[in-house]
Ligand binder design. Structure first.
Ligand code: SAH
Length: 413
């Protein structure tokens, strides 16, 4: 069992977020430290008078100097604690994902419609800095903080024990680790490494996933529910569909299955489009009318506009445009341009499914940006549905930062 090696005393008046169970303690809120904790050590977080509020792990290199593990300072942070937290997160997935039931009593099930999902969503699951995604028989783990990095072997052992995966791969090759003073790490944490091409199922569709090199942990699991919402016959049947920022073509597969007449997929990476084509074939769509265009989305959309090409449905799922507060203005201009271009390509009574995964751009602001684009494009736009991240990427009320993906499914008159 680990014991706290120091106490962090907060400045007067800076204890409210901690009392409201926000898990982050910023350096600016700290008055002083009693003790000299090593990086990653457990610390007690206390108010300015010294009354203990929570137990956290510590990293002086990070702006977020402590991340809270428990608000009960009597609770031991031992293996049973970590096991309990993992179990609680995993058990919750059966509610979030009707067909993917990876619970401690029902480990990796065979042959469900959906075999890939997020099992642990970091802070939002009470496990700050830890992401665990399941891809069939394999787990892919991201350690985003030093506190988690230091404990990853123990966490991998617990996960192996609970879920009996064939292997656990670490994909900690993410930029945010730099803020914690950590370098990117990729490697096996347990068992056999996953194959280069893993086939997963999502809502009954099959997808090839490269968990070793793919974006995030291999697949955009956070878009699962939106793919199902957008990929309906009502929105896709008989339509010419443009899937922009296609990655490995997941929205395209749903569109084809929902009866799209043609699917044009655009991405700046030719390599991911090859996988998109494979994924379309894997699901039975090898059709002459479907196209794969490698190029910059803005340029391709402009080219379509100049050449008078039109579509009945456009899906826009760009990468994160705003990485910090200073980029918000530029990002909103980017989103506006993109949505304006898409609106100009739509035939009357078209469909626009538009997304932003920038956590710094609120759903409100995003809606305003799309409104601005509609005004400039001279189109009347109805919102049919507000969209967000899939249910296995829960948002913790006490931690609104866990909400990052927002989208609008629109009818464009
Ligand atoms: N919709 C996808 C995920 C998209 S991720 C899915 O459901 O799986 C964003 C994608 O945008 C990445 O594949 C990236 O290669 C691509 N991308 C980034 N910048 C781009 C640009 N300027 N033009 C076209 N594609 C771009």
């Amino acid at each position: 069992m680990e014991n706290p090696t120091a106490t962090i005393l907060l400045k007067q008046g800076r204890d409210k977020p901690v009392r409201q169970r926000h898990p982050w303690v910023f350096s600016g809120a700290i008055d002083r430290l009693k003790g000299r904790p090593a990086p990653g050590d457990l610390v007690v977080v206390a108010d300015h008078k010294g009354a203990p509020l929570a137990t956290a792990y510590y990293n002086e290199k990070s702006q977020i100097q402590a991340r809270i593990l428990s608000w009960n300072t009597d609770e031991a942070i031992d293996e049973a604690y970590w096991r309990g937290r993992l179990q609680r997160a995993i058990a919750g997935r059966s509610m979030m994902l009707a067909d993917c039931r990876p619970s401690p009593t029902d480990p990796l099930t065979t042959d469900p419609l959906t075999t890939a999902c997020r099992l642990v969503n970091a802070e939002a699951d009470g496990l700050p800095g830890l992401v665990v995604d399941r891809y069939g028989d394999y787990l892919v783990v991201q350690c985003l903080t030093l506190g988690i990095d230091r404990r990853k072997e123990m966490l991998a052992k617990l996960l192996a024990d609970m879920l009996r995966p064939a292997g656990i791969l670490e994909r900690s090759d993410v930029d945010v680790r730099g803020k914690e003073g950590l370098k990117p790490v990729v490697g096996s944490l347990y068992g056999t490494p996953p194959p280069a091409e893993l086939v997963i199922r999502e809502n009954g569709f099959s997808f090839v996933v490269d968990v070793h090199h793919g974006h995030k942990t291999g697949f955009y699991l956070d878009q699962r529910d939106n793919r199902a919402a957008v990929g309906q016959p009502a929105t896709m049947a008989g339509r010419d569909v443009l899937n922009v920022f296609a990655y490995t073509g997941a929205f395209g597969v749903y569109a084809a299955a929902a009866g799209a007449r043609s699917v044009v997929q655009v991405d700046s990476s030719a390599a991911v489009l090859e996988t998109a084509e494979i994924n379309m074939k894997l699901n039975g769509y090898e059709r002459p009318m479907d196209e794969y265009i490698a190029g910059d989305a803005f340029e391709v959309l402009r080219y379509f506009r100049e050449t008078g090409r039109q579509f009945d449905a456009v899906i826009l799922d760009p990468p994160k445009f705003a990485h910090n507060h200073g980029q918000i203005d530029r990002a909103t201009r980017g989103y506006k341009d993109l949505n304006w271009l898409a609106l100009r390509l739509l035939r009357p009574d078209g469909v626009l499914a538009t997304f932003s995964c920038s956590g710094l751009i609120s759903a409100d602001l995003f809606q305003k940006v799309v409104f601005g684009a509609a005004v400039d494009a001279g189109r009347d736009v109805q919102i049919a549905r507000h969209l967000g991240q899939a249910a296995d990427h829960p948002v913790l009320l006490a931690f609104p930062e866990s909400a990052y993906l927002k989208g609008l499914l629109c009818r464009v008159l």
